[in-house]
Structure formats: structure tokens, C-alpha cells
Design a protein around this ligand. Structure first.
Ligand SMILES: NC(=O)c1ccc[n+]([C@@H]2O[C@H](COP(=O)([O-])OP(=O)(O)OC[C@H]3O[C@@H](n4cnc5c(N)ncnc54)[C@H](OP(=O)(O)O)[C@@H]3O)[C@@H](O)[C@H]2O)c1
Length: 317
């Protein structure tokens, strides 16, 4: 298949391009940076330099590639995150999820693409009521912390327009990434003991090794029906389980424990929500309908040996 990957030089793109070319797909891959074009070529793709917020340039690049499928992997998160000013940190990502999606969808439709796949996110957007693990049929949070409202609205916008696209649209809600190129911020905070367990630490997180995110994307491209899929590992886990485990895995001291009032003072409402209230996600639909299985089924194995490795050691899975 001829595939156009928008935002291909990031953490996911680095895993996705080799997996696509290994399956025989012909890939055009975008970056804004001429300096990264050579890397995209090394990964087996034909590079194109384009800004995802420039509608005309996106239209031209996609038209030239004549793709049968378009994959939207554009985010702008490399600068790290500030939980207190969450929407500010996500401002450009939110533009890429709204305007960027509109431009890419219009370009895909004009070029006659027959499939559109877009990156979304699962974890904190889940409703924070009821059981600990949510499916794609559960509602999203009707009342997220104030600092996350714009980001959730952008996620909802992306999902709505992709599902309403003139070609089959697939939304992949990836869990929280770790793995090569995807763990530095989290591991850095743990090493510096700047990620305390707040309150009861009952927030439930769903992780995903970056290699498995790429594999699910290839599966969706090849045989996914239109719809929304949670792409997460098999083991949603409370903060009190995964955070001390990660600290041990990277040789850091145990995370500090702080009461909710202090966590709120230091990290704001988003930090308190992430540590005490958020819900995890089920991957049953992605496994059933995409025929996808994570090579890293649990963050336990992943944190122990997959922070820098793409593939599990033979016999370890
Ligand atoms: N589900 C998750 O947990 C999740 C999802 C996404 C990212 N992250 C994390 O966020 C961190 C940073 O991610 P990252 O390394 O992938 O970097 P990133 O800054 O999020 O960039 C991702 C891709 O989007 C592209 N992009 C950014 N702005 C663009 C624009 N205006 N137009 C077109 N393309 C644009 C980048 O292209 P250029 O080559 O032009 O820079 C890059 O290819 C990593 O730790 C990653 O794991 C986590």
C-alpha cells in the first residue's frame, strides 16, 4: 500500500516506518525539518518537508504522494510537560489535532485515499467514575480538571472528524508511551524523585510500549474497520503498583508519598487527578478486531527490560 505518514520523525514514527516497510508498504513520511529528512530515508521512507498547519503545503505533499492510506502522528510534545499548565503545554498539539487533522483529512480526500488513521490518547480522558478500566464504549470525562479542558476538546474534535471522514476513519487511542525515545521524561522525574505518589495513589494508568503502538498501527492499516480502538497493554495498574516498580527498575529511590493537599499545592489538580482518580483502559477490542497482540503485554516486563529496547529478549515474553 502507498502510505503517507504525517509526523513521522517522532518517537512513534521511528518505530512505525521500519515496520511499515518490512510489510512491503511504500511510505512517504513528513517532517518539518530538512535535517531529519535523511533519517526518514534511512528508515525506509521517502521524506517530505512540510508543516502540518500549512494547509496548502499539506495538500500539495499528500497529492504528490498519491497515498492509499494516510496516518496522522503529529504531536508537539518534545518540550516536556507542565501539569499545572497542561493546556498550554498541549497548545500546538491541540492545533495539530484540530486544524492539522482538518488539513490532512481534506488532503487525503482530495488525493483519493481510502483509509485515514489518527493518533488519539487514552488514560486521563476516561470518565473518572465507576470501575477502574474503561472500554471505547464508556464516555469520556464530562468534567476534566480545568487545565485539561482544551486538550480533551481537541481529542474529541479529532475523533469526531476522523469518524465522520469520507473514507474509513480509524482512531487509535494509545496509552502512555514508554520505550526507546519515549521514556526520558518519566524516567527523569522518577530518578530525581520528582514524581511523588499523591494521596492513596489509586489513579489507574494504561501503558503501551512504543513498538507495540507501531505494530497496532500497521494492523489497523492492513485490516482495521472504521472506529475507535484503545491500544494499551494488558495490565492497567494503580500508581501505587507501577511507580515504585519503575523506581526500582531504574535504580532510583522509592517515590515520596505526599498528602493530597500538598500534591495539589505542588502539582495542581491535574497531578492530583492523575495520581488518585484517573481510570485505565481495556485493549479487548484492538486485540479482537485488529488481530493485534502486544509484544510487551505488561509494563512490568517493559519497565524491567523495554525502556531502551524495542523487542523483548527471546523467550522473555
Ligand atoms: N500516547 C503517548 O503517551 C504519547 C503520544 C505522543 C507523544 N508522546 C511522548 O511525547 C514525547 C515527545 O514525542 P515525540 O518525540 O514524538 O515528539 P513530538 O514533538 O511530539 O513530535 C511528533 C511528530 O509530530 C511532528 N510535528 C510537530 N509539530 C508539527 C507541525 N507543526 N507540523 C507537522 N508535524 C509536526 C514532529 O515533526 P518534526 O519532525 O517536524 O519535529 C514529529 O514527527 C515522547 O516522550 C513521546 O513518547 C507520548
Amino acid at each position: 500500500m502507498r502510505v503517507f505518514v504525517a509526523g513521522a520523525a517522532g518517537a512513534i514514527g521511528q518505530q512505525l516506518l521500519p515496520q511499515l516497510t518490512a510489510q512491503g508498504h511504500q511510505v512517504t513520511a513528513s517532517t518539518r525539518s530538512p535535517a531529519k529528512a535523511a533519517r526518514l530515508r534511512e528508515l525506509g521512507a521517502e521524506p517530505v518537508v512540510v508543516d502540518g498547519l500549512d494547509a496548502l503545503a499539506v495538500g500539495e505533499a499528500v497529492a504528490r504522494a498519491e497515498p492509499e492510506a494516510v496516518v496522522h502522528q503529529m504531536t508537539s510534545l518534545a518540550g516536556g510537560s507542565d501539569l499545572r499548565h497542561f493546556d498550554r503545554t498541549f497548545a500546538v498539539t491541540n492545533q495539530l489535532r484540530t486544524q492539522g487533522t482538518d488539513h490532512l483529512l481534506a488532503a487525503a480526500a482530495a488525493a483519493g485515499a481510502r483509509r485515514f488513521i489518527a493518533q488519539s490518547y487514552t488514560g486521563w480522558p476516561n470518565i473518572r467514575e465507576g470501575g477502574p478500566v474503561k472500554t471505547e464504549d464508556d464516555p469520556l470525562d464530562p468534567d476534566p480538571p480545568a487545565a485539561q479542558r482544551e486538550t480533551l476538546a481537541a481529542i474529541e474534535y479529532l475523533e469526531r472528524v476522523v469518524l465522520a471522514a469520507p473514507m474509513p476513519g480509524i482512531v487509535l487511542r494509545y496509552g502512555s508511551f514508554y520505550g526507546p525515545g519515549a521514556s526520558d521524561e518519566l524516567v527523569g522525574l522518577v530518578r530525581k524523585r520528582r514524581l511523588p505518589i499523591i494521596g492513596d495513589g489509586a489513579g489507574v494508568w494504561s501503558f503501551l510500549h512504543i513498538r507495540d503502538a507501531a505494530a497496532a498501527t500497521v494492523a489497523a492499516l492492513e485490516h482495521g474497520g472504521p472506529g475507535v480502538y484503545n491500544v494499551v497493554d494488558d495490565e492497567p495498574a494503580r500508581v501505587t503498583e507501577w511507580l515504585p516498580f519503575l523506581a526500582r527498575a531504574v535504580g532510583a529511590k522509592s517515590p515520596r508519598r505526599v498528602p493530597v493537599w500538598l500534591g495539589r499545592l505542588a502539582g495542581g489538580e491535574v497531578a492530583v487527578s492523575a495520581m488518585t482518580q484517573i481510570r485505565g483502559s481495556s485493549n479487548a477490542r484492538a486485540k479482537r478486531e485488529l488481530g493485534w497482540q502486544p509484544a510487551w503485554p505488561s509494563w512490568r516486563q517493559g519497565f524491567a527490560s523495554g525502556l531502551a529496547a524495542a523487542e523483548p529478549a527471546r523467550g522473555a515474553a
